[in-house]
Design a protein around this ligand. Structure first.
Ligand SMILES: NC(=O)c1ccc[n+]([C@@H]2O[C@H](COP(=O)([O-])OP(=O)(O)OC[C@H]3O[C@@H](n4cnc5c(N)ncnc54)[C@H](OP(=O)(O)O)[C@@H]3O)[C@@H](O)[C@H]2O)c1
Length: 257
């Protein structure tokens, strides 16, 4: 019997330069999931504005990803500040005309036993995580005049029915809010060709996880979250609007171990 060799199937990337020439703003891109999203957006052909509050960190991230600085813009600002958000979007418009996508990664947490939670902690977490997402989405809605895509990062903490961890009331509520905002913006964006979706990961191996839950083993890497985010930004997800993609992952060693 003559055995024939299996046909050589050319390797094909599932997502192939799917963001060519697109202009994408990513908040919270100085490290962690935001930086991983920026890296993948760039490798898929996008021009990316990276935003965080710490100038040194966000500029270092931009240099790592794009040493020549041709396709990145590193910007410092607070997403919870209305004027700052308008200024940030103006800076992007000065550098590149048009806007195609927004990824909301910026977030903070405070851990307080509920009866002792200072009002300032509650207000600060909601201001950054929820009001910040509102402000950037509103600015994007004003500028996505020919349609586009927004991806908000919520969390398993924001998904009803999933186990919650004590001390994170403000964070949990902020992430429920991000999910709710996504749902209504998907409805309002639909007639204008703006798709709005949400990604809700479990424990991701980042600085935030190490600080918030040092004993909780990560179940995914930031790069794995970025794959879903970039898919949702791309035309390949053109039929997906108002979805919440839950990323449950599976246990794995922390980076560097
Ligand atoms: N890591 C996890 O296990 C996990 C799980 C579920 C969901 N998430 C969500 O995933 C997203 C990214 O988390 P991560 O783990 O990558 O966190 P991270 O490592 O702490 O990074 C957060 C980023 O947001 C920026 N940021 C914070 N407050 C900001 C503000 N007011 N304005 C602008 N930028 C701000 C931070 O930089 P500056 O401090 O310099 O501003 C940093 O670049 C967050 O929405 C988080 O809630 C994370």
């Amino acid at each position: 019997m003559v055995r024939t060799a299996p046909a050589q199937v050319p390797r094909r990337r599932v997502i192939d330069m799917c963001l060519q020439e697109k202009i994408v703003i990513i908040t919270g891109a100085g490290r962690g999931i935001g930086e991983a999203c920026a890296r993948l957006c760039l490798s898929e052909g996008a021009r990316v504005a990276l935003i965080s509050r710490t100038t040194q960190e966000v500029e270092a991230a931009a240099r790592r990803l794009d040493p020549a600085g041709e396709n990145t813009l590193a910007l410092t600002g607070d997403v919870g500040d209305e004027q700052a958000v308008a200024d940030l979007f103006n800076r992007v418009a000065e550098r590149w005309s048009g806007l195609d996508g927004l990824v909301n990664c910026a977030a903070i947490f405070r851990q307080d036993e509920f009866s002792r939670m200072p009002l300032e902690h509650w207000n600060e977490v909601l201001r950054v995580n929820l009001t910040g997402t509102f402000l950037t989405c509103r600015e994007a809605f004003r500028r996505l005049t020919t349609g586009g895509a927004i991806v908000n990062i919520s969390s398993l903490s924001g998904v009803p029915g999933v186990e919650k961890f004590p001390g994170f009331a403000a964070y949990n509520v902020s992430k429920y809010g991000v999910l709710g905002l996504t749902e209504i913006l998907a409805v309002e964006g639909q007639p204008r060709g703006i798709r709005v979706n949400c990604v809700s990961p479990g424990a991701v191996d980042t600085a935030m996880l190490k600080q918030a839950a040092p004993d909780l083993p990560p179940v995914m890497r930031p790069e794995e979250v970025a794959e879903t985010v970039v898919f949702l930004l791309s035309g390949r997800a053109g039929a997906i609007n108002g979805a919440n993609i839950i990323l449950s992952g599976s246990p794995r060693p922390r980076a560097g171990k």
